[in-house]
Design a protein around this ligand. Structure first.
Ligand code: G3I
Length: 301
């Protein structure tokens, strides 16, 4: 196959990108988007600050435009993200306790309810674990509402959109380390107790190296009975950018339950890390060596 999406589809997987509705009207951008990708995720427009700028006042404009574009072009949609400690609207940042917990539940009901039936996988909870060696939860206003906030979020999302795959998503989980093990233990506990969780997202914002146990880490989660997805892939430009992209792609292909890969933008100039040129296309929309290495890997199965 000659495009990323078609090549991934050969093994039943998707290949996606983060996007913004404002970019859809850029012809050079849209040409690449529509040619190469069969999945999209909103880079910002489905987050709490974007969708509920005032309490119980919802704005689905950007998200709706992205969903419509996906439908018209045969793409699936990842939902990002229902609850996160960052990019909360100001009114939520100032809440605590049961008022915040109730606001969270209402937010999930309204947002997942609005997009019900249109989302392949929801990042129900994003980045709830701490960096460093503790393996524990990140301190946040949500965490201070009680340790059960994550399972409440997943149960609420399941009821609001029973057909979406429900994911936990995080970064710095690229190998077997204290943070990924903390998440692993939570997922195992959820599976044991019947808390609805279907997938774990590995953001994979990578530098100039990749842990040797990247694939083994994906596999140990898959062995718990959840799908795994590469959700925000970008890799700092260095002499080995193409080979790191290839390693990630081959790792996903080697794990039966790794169902798809999403890159966090199309062209280097679109990236939140644009100084590091971390994507598959340069600022002029030309395919980089990393693009070819990903395509070759997808075609090798
Ligand atoms: O929309 C406002 C605009 O009204 C305002 O004038 C402007 C001035 O700063 O800011 C605009 O908001 C920006 C927003 O992107 C939309 O462009 C924010 O400042 C900016 O902080 C925000 O950055 C996003 C970041 O998440 C926020 O934490 C990045 O685009 C986005 O790529 C990044 O994505 C995250 C994932 O959601 C979670 N994992 C990590 C990843 C990278 O940080």
């Amino acid at each position: 196959a000659s495009t990323l999406g078609a090549a991934a589809a050969q093994s039943g997987r998707y290949f996606g990108t983060a996007t913004n509705s404002s970019q859809l009207s850029n012809a050079a951008y849209a040409t690449i988007l529509n040619r190469e990708f069969n999945s999209i995720v909103a880079e910002n427009e489905m987050k709490w600050d974007a969708t509920e700028p005032q309490q119980n006042v919802f704005n689905f404009g950007g998200g709706d435009r992205l969903v419509a574009h996906a439908r018209a072009n045969g793409m699936s949609v990842r939902g990002h993200t229902l609850v996160w400690h960052a990019q909360q609207p100001g009114w939520a940042q100032s809440l605590s306790g049961s008022a915040l917990r109730n606001a969270m539940v209402n937010h999930i009901n309204q947002v997942a309810g609005h997009f019900r039936g249109q989302i392949h996988s929801w990042d129900v909870v994003n980045e709830a674990f701490a960096d460093g060696g503790s393996g524990g939860r990140r301190d946040s206003n949500l965490q201070r509402t009680g340790n059960d906030w994550i399972e409440v979020a997943f149960r609420t999302a399941r009821a609001a959109d029973p057909n979406a795959r429900l994911c936990y998503n995080d970064y710095n989980t690229d190998g077997i380390n204290a943070k990924s093990t903390g998440i692993y233990n939570m997922v195992r506990d959820f599976k044991n107790r019947g808390v609805p969780i279907d997938c774990v997202g590995f953001q994979s914002h990578l530098g100039t190296s990749i842990p040797g146990d990247y694939q083994a880490n994906l596999q140990r989660f898959a062995d718990l009975g959840v799908d795994v997805q590469i959700t925000e892939l970008d890799v700092a430009q260095g002499s080995n950018q193409a080979s790191i992209y290839e390693r990630v792609t081959r790792a996903c292909l080697a794990v039966t339950r790794c169902t798809g890969i999403t890159v966090w933008g199309i062209r280097d100039s679109d990236s939140w890390r644009r100084g590091e040129n971390p994507l598959l296309f340069d600022g002029n929309g030309n395919k980089k060596p990393a693009y070819q290495s990903v395509l070759n890997a997808l075609n090798s199965v």
